[in-house]
Ligand binder design. Structure first.
Ligand code: NAD
Length: 251
């Protein structure tokens, strides 16, 4: 069987843990050369080590997604090393669980810098190299909190809502260049982001809310959806939102 991402070059932000790491591992399993990026250097190197230990190809570069110069340097390095980029996963994100009245302006700006500016910079910097390569696939990680907005995380929800519609606009602009752009909307996933909540069964139950599949997702279950959107199997999907939430938003 031919690997689903054979000969593809994939860049994943926030690849040092959680959904990002699982996506790097899954894409490497399917034949991609993976550029693992994160601010967490130890985590990023560990992801690369896991990939290379199982025979895959990957390298790490430190990237703060909010830093435009950092993006430019990284894309130049990818051009020099691979001459192309086929897949971009804008996954890095932070969560601030606070109601609007308790959110400071600094917190608002910090979460927008990572979750929204980071996705903008990723698309803007990577698209030209994809255009030069004749096309590509971009997957932006939003959230169910980009679709619905329960009380208590308003700044986060605003960033994820921004990612949802930004994705559709970029899809419209890049379709003529054969670049597909889609968003993924995870429900509750068992990662570093949620571990503090998932230690307590009662809090987990509250967080799961109306989730039909009564458990948090594993990061690999998100990676499988991201892999699908990155692969040619999703060749007619762009501007779409893929919800992977165990049924949270279905009723
Ligand atoms: N875990 C969930 O339940 C859940 C639900 C919906 C959406 N998401 C989204 O999925 C994505 C991945 O989150 P996760 O659950 O794997 O969390 P995580 O905390 O395990 O991973 C996030 C990664 O992003 C990195 N990061 C943070 N700020 C960064 C920056 N400025 N530049 C580069 N890297 C940075 C962190 O170092 C970390 O490795 C996020 O966008 C998150 O909002 C997660």
């Amino acid at each position: 069987m031919i690997p689903r991402l054979k000969d593809k070059i994939a860049l994943v932000t926030g690849g040092g843990s959680g959904i990002g790491r699982a996506t790097c591992l899954r894409m490497a399993e399917e034949g991609a050369s993976v550029v693992v990026t994160d601010m967490n250097e130890a985590g990023g190197h560990e992801t690369v080590a896991q990939i290379t230990a199982s025979g895959g190809a990957a390298w790490f570069d430190r990237l703060d997604v909010a830093d435009e110069a950092g993006w430019q340097g990284l894309i130049a390095a990818i051009r020099a090393r691979h001459g192309r980029l086929d897949i971009l996963v804008n996954n890095a994100g932070i969560l601030i669980m606070k109601p609007m009245l308790e959110t400071s302006l600094d917190e608002w700006e910090r979460i927008f810098a990572v979750n929204a500016r980071g996705v903008f910079l990723g698309c803007k910097t990577a698209a030209p190299v994809m255009i030069a390569a004749g096309g590509g696939a971009i997957i932006n990680i939003s959230s169910i909190y980009g679709l619905i907005a329960p009380a208590g995380a308003t700044a986060y929800e605003a960033t994820k809502g921004a990612v949802r519609l930004f994705t559709k606009g970029v899809a419209a602009e890049l379709a003529a260049h054969n670049i597909r752009v889609n968003s993924v909307h995870p429900g509750v996933v068992d990662t570093g982001m949620t571990e503090a909540f998932l230690r307590d069964a009662a809090v987990t139950d509250r967080l799961l809310g109306p989730t039909l599949i009564r458990r948090p997702a594993q990061a690999r279950e998100l990676a499988n959806a991201i892999l699908f959107l990155a692969s040619d199997e999703a060749s007619y999907m762009t501007g779409s939102e893929l919800v992977v939430d165990g049924g949270y938003t279905s009723q």
